[in-house]
Design a binder for this molecule. Sequence first.
Ligand SMILES: Nc1nc2c(ncn2[C@@H]2O[C@@H]3COP(=O)(O)O[C@H]4[C@@H](O)[C@H](n5cnc6c(=O)[nH]c(N)nc65)O[C@@H]4COP(=O)(O)O[C@H]3[C@H]2O)c(=O)[nH]1
Length: 833
Amino acid sequence: MSNQVLLQGQLDTDNNQQVLAIRKLLTQKLIRAEQLAQLEREIGYGGLIHYFKKYTLRGEATDRQTFINSLTITQDYIALLTNSSHFTPEDKQALATIKDYFTRYYQYMLLTDSLKNEGKNIEQIDSEYHIDDRQAIDAIKQLQRNELEIDADYWLELSSQRIDKFKALGHHIRTDIQALAQTKEQQAIESLRLFLAIFLLLFIFTVYFSFLSVQRFIKELRHIRDGMKQMQLKRNFNQPLMVQGNNEITDMVIAFNHILAEINQSEEDQKISAAVFHHASEAIMITNANNEIETVNPAFCRISGYSAADVIGKNPNILSSGKHGRSFYKKMWQDLEQKNCWQGEVWNKRKNGELFPEFLAISVVRDKSRKPLQYISLFSDITKYKKYEEDIWIQANYDSLTGLPNRDFFLDKLRKELTIIKENKKNDVVLLFIDLDRFKYVNDTWGHTSGDKLLKLAAKRLKMCVREKDTVARLGGDEFVVLLEGVLNRKVIEGLVHNMLTTLSMPFHLGSKNEAVLSASIGITVASEDGDNADLLFKNADTAMYQAKTLGRNTYQFFTKEMNETVSRRMYIEQALRQAIKQQEFVLHYQPVVSLSNGEIIGVEALIRWQHPNKGLIYPDNFITIAEETGLIEQIGQWVIEQACADLNHWQSLGLMLHVAVNVSSRQCKQTSQTPLKEVISNALLKHNIAPSNFKVEITESLLMDNSQEMITTLQEIRSLGVAIHMDDFGTGYSSLSYLKHFPINVLKIDRSFIQGAIDDKTDASLVEAVVLIGHSLSLKLVGEGIETQEHYNYLRELGCDYGQGYFISKPIIATELITLCQEVGDSPKWIA
Ligand SMILES: Nc1nc2c(ncn2[C@@H]2O[C@@H]3COP(=O)(O)O[C@H]4[C@@H](O)[C@H](n5cnc6c(=O)[nH]c(N)nc65)O[C@@H]4COP(=O)(O)O[C@H]3[C@H]2O)c(=O)[nH]1
C-alpha cells in the first residue's frame, strides 16, 4: 500500500476527525476570547468609562473627544461582533445591552455639558445623575461565562493516539524512502556501465569508418589522376571527368569540368569567329597601329576585287575613291580617337577602278595604356540599296507616266525658289498652269492607252518649249505646271506661252489611224506681282487658267485681282440660282420661227429668263454657264422641257399648230444625269400629250466638240423618240463636217453673226451660201438666225433657206403675247414683202 494511501487512511479515521473538530472548537474559543479581550480594553480602565469619568471630573475637551472617538470605535466593533459566527444569540443580546449602555453614557455626557453650562459643579452633577452599571456588568459576565468547555483528559488521549499513529506512518514513509534511494543508486550505476559500453562501441565504429573514408578518398583521387592522364595522352579535353558522390573532391572535379567546358567553349567561339571572318557577307579588314593592312576576309576580296596578297601590308587608302575631301577623313580619325569607333557611308574604288558606295564601321582595339593596337573595319557594298533609295525618291517625286516631276517635287522647288526671291529681290519666278482642252474626248473615244500616249507626247512638247533651268511638272490628269525662273519680261513670257499653245495644237499621232487635235488653256501668275507663297500662286494660276478656258480655250490669261472677284461673283450666282430653283423664279419666253417661203409661224424657240425678285429679268447668258458648271442645269433644263410642253399643249388646245424647240446643254446629255434626258423628254411629252414630231431639241456645236460616244448615244435615244435635233450656232465653233456624219442632226441653224454680215461681207455671204448648199445636200433643213431686217429675210429666202427667226419677225415674248401674235399674223404676215 502506498504511503499516499496510508496517509489518507490515517486522515480519514474517527480519532483524527475528532481531533480536528476539537481543534476547530479551540480555535473558535481563542478567537472569541481575543475579541472579548479587545472589547474589554475598549470599555474598561483606559477605555470608555475611564474617559467619561475623566471628563466629568476635570471637564477637559480632549477627554470628551477621546470618549466620543472610543465610543464610535466600540459601537463599530460591537456591530462587527454581532455579525461574527463565534457568538451565540445570547452573546449577541449581551452585546446589544453593552451597546445600549454606552449610548446612555453618551447621553449623560450631553446632559453633563448642559449642567456645566448652567454652572453646576461636578459633585452636584454626579449626585444628580448616577449611572447604574449593573446591567452592563451582567452582560459582560454573560459573555465571559459563555465559554466552551473541553475535557482535557479526553483531548490528551485523543491527541496522543493521533500523534502515535502519525509517528507510525512517518516511520513507514522513512523506510520507503530509504528503499527507494537504494534502488535509484543501483539504477545509476547500471546506466553508467551502459554508457561506457556504448561510448566504446562508437569509438570503434568511428575509427573504422574514418579508415574507410580515407580509403575511398584515395581511390577517388586515383580515379581523377587516371582521368587526367588519359585526357593528356589522348589530347581529348571534351570529355569531362566522372563525378560521383558529394564531397570536396567532387566539388573540385566539378570546378575542373567547368574550367574544361569554358576552355572548350572558347575554342568553339574561336572557330565560329574564324567561320564568320571567312564566310561573312560583309568585308572585314584589320589594320595595325601603323595603319597597314594585316588581314582581310574573302568578302573584302569579293567586294574590292583585290586579293589578300594585293593588300596585306598596304595602307587602306588604296581603296580611296577621291570623292571625299580631307575634312571627311579628319573627322573620321577624330571620332576614332575620341569615341573608339566611326561609321558612315563612304565611296570607295574597286581594283577595276569602279566607284561604289559602302557602309563602313571601324572600331579601335587598344592596349592597357590605350595605345591603338588594331583597327577593325567592316563594310558592305550598298550599291543596290542606294539604287533602291533612288528609285523610291524618284517614285515619290516623279510622275511615272510622263517622267516629269510631280506636284510634291514641284511645290518643293517652288517654295525653295520663293525663299531665294525673298532673300534676293532680283530674281523672279513665273508659274504657268496648263490644262489640255478636250483631253477627256480623246480618253473616252480612243481609250486610256491613247490618252496616256497623248499625255506623254504633250509632256515632251512642253519640255521642248522651255529652257533647261525651267521645270515642267505634271499635277495629274491633263494638268501641267511650268516654273520659269528668272523671267521678268512679259513679252518673253507671252512668246513662250504662244509657242506652247502652237506646239500643243499640232496633231498628236496616237496610232495608225488615230490623230487627235486639241488645244490648251494656260493661266499665268508672276511671283513678285501675284503672291509670295506657293499655295497662293498655285491658286492664282489655276484661276487664270480657268479664265482662259471660259474665254474659249486655246488661249492664255495672266492672273488679275479681278479674276478673284469673278470667282466670288460666280459663287454668289450659284447660291442665288439654288434659291431661284426653290422659289420657281424662272420664266420662258418664246421666239417665233417662220417658214421663209410663206411667212407662216411654224414653231417657237423656248428661251429661259430669270425673274429675279430684286434685279428684274436676267438673260440666260448671265447664268446658264454657271448653271452648267455647277450641275444645276439638270434641274433647270427639266423645268424648261416641262413648261414648254405644258405651254404647247395649251396652244394646241387653242388651235395653234406649232412646234417648240428647247435648248439643252452637254451636261444634260450625260448618261450619269439623275434622270436621263430621254426619260425627261418622253415623260413630259406623255404628260402633256405632245406628239414627238412637235418637240425639237437644240444643241450647240461646242457640245458636239466636247464629246463623244456618250453624247451620240443620248442624241440617238432622243431621235429614237421621234424628236428632231437642231444644231444651233452652226459655223461658230470648229465646224467639222464629220460631226454631221457622226451625230443624228436634222436641222442646222446658221448663226446670226453670218446672217448679219452676209449683206455687206462677201466672205460671210459665201459662208452662208455654202452652209445652205451643204445642209441641203445632206438632206438637212436650215434655219437662219438673227433676221433683223427685211433684207435679211429676203436674202435668206432667195438663198433657199427653209426657216428663219429674228427680231424682225419677233423678239422672244411671253406665252400670252405669242398667242396674240399668232392670231394677229393670220394669213398675211407683215414680213412677206
Ligand atoms: N441680236 C439679236 N439677237 C437675237 C435675234 N433673234 C434672236 N436673238 C437672240 O439669240 C438667242 C438665240 O438663242 P440661242 O442661240 O439658242 O442662244 C441661247 C441659248 O444658247 C441659251 N439658252 C436660252 N435658253 C436656254 C435654255 O433653256 N437652256 C439652255 N441650255 N440654254 C438656253 O442662251 C442663249 C441666249 O439666249 P437669249 O439671250 O434669249 O438670246 C436668244 C435670242 O434672244 C436677233 O435678231 N438679233
